[in-house]
Design a protein around this ligand. Structure first.
Ligand SMILES: Nc1ncnc2c1ncn2[C@@H]1O[C@H](COP(=O)(O)OP(=O)(O)OP(=O)(O)O)[C@@H](O)[C@H]1O
Ligand SMILES: [Mg+2]
Length: 289
């Protein structure tokens, strides 16, 4: 089995002896999971994270860090890629969901919006929304649809257009809207900002914030765009090479020099490539001194 080189454990930026960021039972609790693809590739190693009810928790990290794998583990969609949670546990409101099917997890109120949106390209906006609502009666359906149109007003005029011809931002809105049609209590969003222009990203992130503030939705937000995600998140975890390397409030992370340099692009220092390199360098330095 290939595994990632040993990296230091997660660094919590919370002050010591304070309660964890999740005081009550978290909506979602992931404990020490390991995810392996094809029985050989360890993509996620010893990852723990909590998402308290009614909060936005961001999961940040660069390409290949393991963010989507964590989301897929939570939504039970790893099977399709020959992936498996080999160790650890996942609980949704105190209930173990490790044996649950993808459909069962949606039934428990957790819906994922996968990377790349995955709309039905030949169906209209409204048809895509209705597919997300499956089995609901007409009145509930109309209410859910109006709620989505209220959140994303620009979808109203596009409601009869074919989804495949929409802009990337509009497609992302339909994808989030479709997830909302089953009236979830928790959304897991995989890189909603991917490939979108800054103004559209603002519009989408504002809607995500609204879902928390107005509707009390719980949100796990996977992003490479750290500054956007930290602007709306209550708490964040940073992954590298399959592990969580840092976690904290956006304020605490924003003060961290490594985060400022590698994720927020705020440092003037040149020549470093990743937080892992820096840590190795620091450890080497400690070792030599
Ligand atoms: N189906 C798969 N089979 C084998 N390896 C995979 C599979 N999916 C992902 N991986 C590997 O697992 C690791 C984590 O991938 P993952 O997609 O979770 O990263 P990510 O953080 O979401 O990256 P990105 O920001 O590029 O989406 C990578 O090394 C990737 O190559
Ligand atoms: Mg990904």
């Amino acid at each position: 089995m290939t595994s990632h080189p040993a990296t230091p454990g997660p660094v919590s930026l919370q002050p010591p002896n304070t309660a964890s960021h999740a005081m009550a039972t978290p909506m979602l609790a992931i404990r020490n999971i390991q995810v392996v693809y094809g029985g050989a590739i360890e993509a996620v190693r010893d990852v723990s994270l909590e998402v308290p009810a009614g909060r936005i928790v961001a999961l940040l990290g660069s390409n290949g860090a393991g963010k989507s794998t964590v989301l897929k583990a939570v939504s039970a969609v790893l099977d399709a890629e020959d992936g498996k949670v080999e160790k650890g546990s996942i609980h949704l409101l105190d209930q173990s969901i490790q044996q649950a099917t993808a459909h069962g997890i949606v039934g428990l109120g957790l819906v994922q919006v996968p990377e790349g949106r995955r709309l039905f390209a030949t169906l209209t906006v409204e048809e895509n929304l209705i597919v997300g609502a499956h089995l609901q009666d007409r009145r509930v359906l109309a209410q859910a649809r109006d709620y989505v149109f209220d959140l994303f007003p620009r979808l109203v005029e596009k409601r009869h257009q074919i989804a495949g011809y929409l802009s990337g931002g509009e497609q992302q809105m339909v994808a989030i809207g479709r997830a909302l049609m089953s009236r979830p209590r928790m959304l897991a969003l995989d890189e909603p900002s991917l490939g979108l222009a800054p103004l559209v990203v603002s519009e989408i992130f504002e809607a995500i914030r609204t879902l928390r503030d107005r509707n009390g939705l719980t949100i796990l937000l996977v992003e490479q765009n750290a500054s956007r995600a930290l602007a709306i998140a209550d708490y964040a975890y940073i992954m590298e090479n399959g592990r969580v390397v840092l976690d904290g409030t956006p304020e605490a992370l924003g003060r961290n020099a490594d985060v400022r340099e590698f994720y927020l692009g705020l440092s003037t220092q040149q020549g470093r490539t990743s937080m892992r390199d820096v840590k190795h360098y620091k450890r080497r330095k400690r070792w030599l001194s």
